[in-house]
Design a protein around this ligand. Structure first.
Ligand SMILES: [Zn+2]
Length: 152
């Protein structure tokens, strides 16, 4: 069962009011992130629902909002900060296609190479078998699968 995740809907800004400032503020503090206005704005857009956004997509959504348009580098650095603190998850499809995932629960991804979109694969619906022995002294911390898909 695959859940379609909205990646590129830049028209849907009315939902932003649903995630009120104080709760985002508390969430950032809980993760050890100082809640500046800019960080709160970025977190509100990304965390409004389960979605995968690139820094460019997120910047475009901010631009359609209340006229708050930080540079792409600022957006990217803020997203990296969020990922480093476990607020969101970074999904690196390849060096040119990095997405930030508001779903931090364990799961895998389908990546539509034609439309550059990610879809969640529930963790329990995919199993990796036949993993070769790990180097001595190491344990498996996580397995993250990206299945690249396209129309045939
Ligand atoms: Zn995901």
């Amino acid at each position: 069962m695959i859940t379609k995740i909205d990646n590129a809907d830049v028209n849907n800004t009315h939902e932003r009011a649903i995630t009120a400032g104080p709760s985002i503020d508390a969430l950032l503090r809980e993760k050890g992130i100082v809640p500046t206005r800019q960080r709160i704005e970025i977190a509100q857009v990304l965390l409004e629902k389960h979605q995968h956004l690139s820094a460019d997509q997120l910047q475009a959504r901010l631009a359609k909002g209340a006229g708050f348009v930080p540079s792409r580098a600022t957006v990217y650095n803020t997203l990296r900060l969020f990922a480093d603190h476990g607020l969101i998850r970074e999904v690196v499809v390849d060096p040119q296609r990095v997405f930030f995932d508001s779903n931090i629960g364990p799961h895998h991804h389908y990546f539509d190479v034609e439309h550059s979109e990610l879809y969640d694969i529930p963790a329990d619906s995919l199993q990796v078998t036949g993993l070769p022995p790990l180097p001595p002294g190491l344990v498996c911390e996580d397995i993250e699968v990206i299945v690249r898909i396209r129309r045939h």
